[in-house]
Each structure stands twice: as structure tokens, then as C-alpha cells.
Design a protein around this ligand. Structure first.
Ligand code: SF4
Length: 428
């Protein structure tokens, strides 16, 4: 069913709910997590004179919601005629269920519908598991052309799409299910209402009108109408090689922190280096570039670690993404625990829990070293467990100079390989 099928003349108030996903509070308004779908729906409903209320990230089982508090204060009386709940990753399905059950108890006669990524990838599971009344899959077309209701959140940026869908079908990605149609815009300049822009395109460079869009952005930047741009997804390296002039255009338009992906084998290193060189020639510093790497997937720990060391040689950061199957309905990976198994989270057959943790840790230390322009990491130095004077001295030294002076020294220059079977027995 479509959103419009749930709306009629008697729909006067709609409650929009972002479940209590396990996102750190400081990241709630980060562009990666903004419930942009709900903001678009809010904008759309307002065009129909429907009152909307957005509830975000409150613990629905044990705490009161904003509505409860407002009821107690006697400020409003908001009995919704429809409740729309958003969803993100399939493995956060339990948070969606909690939200649906909570609002079902609270508003017994109000239909509750769920949309978003989990709802689109696993609609039957979503309907049965969450006990919602309806599932909306894919893009909510009617809300696509409306300006999102940014007044419902406190952000200084806006989110834009120049395309929907993707021209590729990577095995670990659900875009072709969620957005099966490849749609492209020729122009976006009339949509711009803020100075900071975040592009949510899955594959911005694949837009056949990308040059036109970048020219618009360059013009807006010259006229100081925009000041910051970032693309949430990586730039398609294969397209970058075909159209290297795009690198100069994104630099001129003011894009920050460009990312490319290195999904495949170590043998692709020279191809990846070529892509990085195009970005560097366009004026980006290596340290501001990140390489997306999916791990706990097809390549084993040792190959991933060799890829990581290559990235250090090139001076770039890594954006690591732990793989979860597209139909995973839970993920209880806990970075603070020492040992977990496949019962807790997805561990690929060619990985162990210890390797997953080690790789994550290596990437973290790698990125710190890139950001600080050093070639070693020491947890004691990071935690300020070394007297200040000594720490200052160590920090001015290279790995080769300091390696015998600190007992927890680690360098990103080397690939820290493991001997399979011995050091890291499979824990599941
Ligand atoms: S290029 Fe990116 S968005 Fe497109 S299918 Fe691959 S991972 Fe998904």
C-alpha cells in the first residue's frame, strides 16, 4: 500500500516516530542518521493541512514520551489519526517493534504503518514481527518533491538527492531492492535552502547530468550561497577514472572529505591508487580522503589488513563497514566484550570474532595516525598515562626511533597478519 492509501478527509493529525535506535545522542542529528524520510512525509502532510508531530529517540518501554509529558503539562491534546514509524537497518528491527507495540498500547484505535529500509527489504518480516498495520516499501513518491520539514529538527544542513537507485548491483547492498528505479535530476539549484548540503545519492557520479549539477554548485559557492558540501556515499571510482574532470569540479564546488570504495582484492591496489591520485591532483589532501572497506565479508582478515597497510602508505583514512547480511534481523556486536559468537552477530565463515575486533582496532589506530601525521600509536600515550614531558618527546619521534621505548607501540605501516588456526581460534 501507498502512504496516500492511509490518508483520507478525516486524517487531521499524524504522529511520526523515529524508534529508539542505538545511536549515541551526540550523533542523533548527524547527517548519517537524520530521519529524512519522516521529514519529507511531514512536509507532504502539511501540504494537505494535516498537523504533524515528530517523536524521536525516546525509550518507549520505560520512559515517557514527549506526548506524555505534554499531556501532563496540558499543553496539547494530540490524538493521532495515523502513526508512521521509520526503520533503518534490518538488524535494528527490534527497536521498530518496540516503538510499534508502545504506540499500539497507547493509541489502540490508530493505525500504525512502518516504512524505511528494514520495511522495504523485509516487508513480510516487518508486518509479522512488529505487528504494525501496514508496511510502506521503497520511496514515498508523493513526498519526494516536497521540502522536508527541517523545522522539526535542529540542523544547520539540508539533505539532497540528485538520483535514486544505482547503476550497479553490489552483492552486499540493498539499494536495488529499496530503490529499483534509476531516477536522475538535471538540476537541483531551486531546492537549495541552506548553506550546508549533504548529498544522499547512492552514486552521485552516475547521474548523466552530474556536470550540470556541479556547475550549479560552483556558481552557488562563488555567490556565497553555499559553504559546505559532503557526499554521504563514496564516489564511484570507475566513473572517476572515466571522467577525471569531476574531481576538479567537486573540489571547486566545495565538497569535503571525499570517499571512494575498495571492495575487492588487494590486486586492485594500482586501480585504487589511480583514483586517489585523481582526487589528490584536484587539490584534496590524502589525509582528508577516506577509502570505504567492507570487512567480515569475502576477503579474509589478512588480505584486509594488507589493504589497510596500503592505505597507510598512500596517507588516506579508512571508513570501515562491518558486513551484515541483508536479511539479518539482529546485531548484538558489543565492542566492549572480548568474545562473542555467531549467536550475537554475523561472523563470516572466513573470519573470527577476534579478527573482527582486531581489524576494527587497527583501523581506528590507523585513522588516528593519519589525522595526527604520525607513524605509530600507543594506547598509553593516547590515554595520557605517560608523563607530559616524555609524551611530548615521544610524539616528536618516528616509529623506528621510539619502538624500543614504548612497550605498547603499534605501527600502521605494517600489515599485522595472523596465523590462522593458532592465534585466533574461531569462537563460534
Ligand atoms: S555502487 Fe554503492 S549504492 Fe550502488 S550498488 Fe554498489 S554499494 Fe550499492
Amino acid at each position: 500500500m501507498l502512504l496516500d492509501d492511509w490518508i483520507n478527509e478525516s486524517t487531521k493529525r499524524v504522529l511520526l516516530v523515529e524508534p529508539n535506535f542505538p545511536i549515541p545522542n551526540k550523533s542523533r542529528n548527524h547527517s548519517n542518521f537524520l530521519p529524512i524520510g519522516l521529514l519529507k512525509i511531514a512536509g507532504y502532510l502539511r501540504t494537505k493541512d494535516i498537523e504533524v508531530k515528530l517523536i524521536r529517540y525516546e525509550h518507549t518501554d520505560t520512559m515517557q514520551t514527549t506526548l506524555d509529558v505534554n499531556f501532563q503539562k496540558g499543553e496539547i491534546e494530540f490524538i493521532p489519526d495515523l502513526i508512521c514509524v521509520t526503520s533503518i537497518f534490518t538488524y535494528w528491527s527490534s527497536y521498530v517493534k518496540d516503538a510499534v507495540l508502545h504506540f499500539k498500547r497507547k493509541f489502540k484505535d490508530t493505525p500504525i504503518i512502518v516504512g524505511g529500509i528494514y520495511a522495504s527489504l523485509l516487508p513480510e518480516h516487518c508486518k509479522e514481527y512488529t505487528h504494525c498495520d501496514g508496511v510502506i516499501t521503497g520511496i514515498v513518491d508523493c513526498a519526494e518533491k516536497v521540502t522536508p520539514a527541517y523545522d522539526l529538527v535542529d540542523v544547520n544542513y539540508q539533505i539532497l538527492h540528485t538520483t535514486r537507485g544505482c547503476i550497479r548491483q553490489c552483492g552486499f547492498c540493498g539499494v536495488y531492492t529499496i530503490e529499483p528505479e534509476w531516477l536522475c535530476k538535471k538540476s537541483i539549484k531551486d531546492e537549495i535552502i541552506k548553506k550546508r548540503l549533504i548529498f544522499y545519492d547512492n552514486n552521485l557520479f552516475a547521474n548523466p547530468y552530474i556536470e550540470n549539477i556541479l556547475e550549479e554548485l560552483i556558481e552557488l559557492k562563488k555567490n556565497r550561497k553555499i559553504s559546505y558540501i559532503e557526499s554521504q556515499s563514496g564516489f564511484d571510482g570507475r566513473l572517476l577514472i572515466k571522467k577525471p574532470h569531476l574531481a576538479k569540479m567537486i573540489k571547486e564546488a566545495g565538497f569535503k572529505n571525499p570517499k571512494i570504495a575498495w571492495d575487492h582484492e588487494l590486486t586492485d591496489a594500482s586501480f585504487i591508487k589511480k583514483q586517489l591520485d585523481i582526487l589528490i591532483d584536484a587539490g584534496f589532501k590524502p589525509s582528508e580522503i577516506s577509502v570505504f572497506m567492507i570487512y567480515d565479508y569475502e576477503l579474509d582478515y589478512n588480505e584486509m589488513e594488507e589493504k589497510r597497510a596500503k592505505c597507510f602508505e598512500w596517507g588516506v583514512q579508512i571508513a570501515d563497514c562491518r558486513y551484515r547480511p541483508l536479511d539479518a534481523t539482529f546485531d548484538n556486536y558489543n565492542p566492549r566484550k572480548r568474545k562473542q559468537t555467531n549467536k550475537d552477530y554475523w561472523i563470516n565463515p572466513n573470519w573470527t570474532d577476534a579478527e573482527v575486533r582486531l581489524f576494527r582496532r587497527n583501523v581506528r589506530r590507523h585513522n588516528i595516525c593519519i589525522r595526527y601525521g604520525v607513524d605509530f600509536h600507543s594506547a598509553k600515550l593516547e590515554r595520557k598515562q605517560i608523563p607530559q614531558e616524555k609524551a611530548r618527546e615521544y610524539r616528536s619521534m618516528s616509529y623506528d626511533e621510539v619502538k624500543y621505548l614504548l612497550d605498547d607501540i603499534w605501527t600502521p605501516k605494517e600489515a599485522h597478519l595472523v596465523e590462522k588456526d593458532n592465534m585466533f581460534p574461531q569462537s563460534n
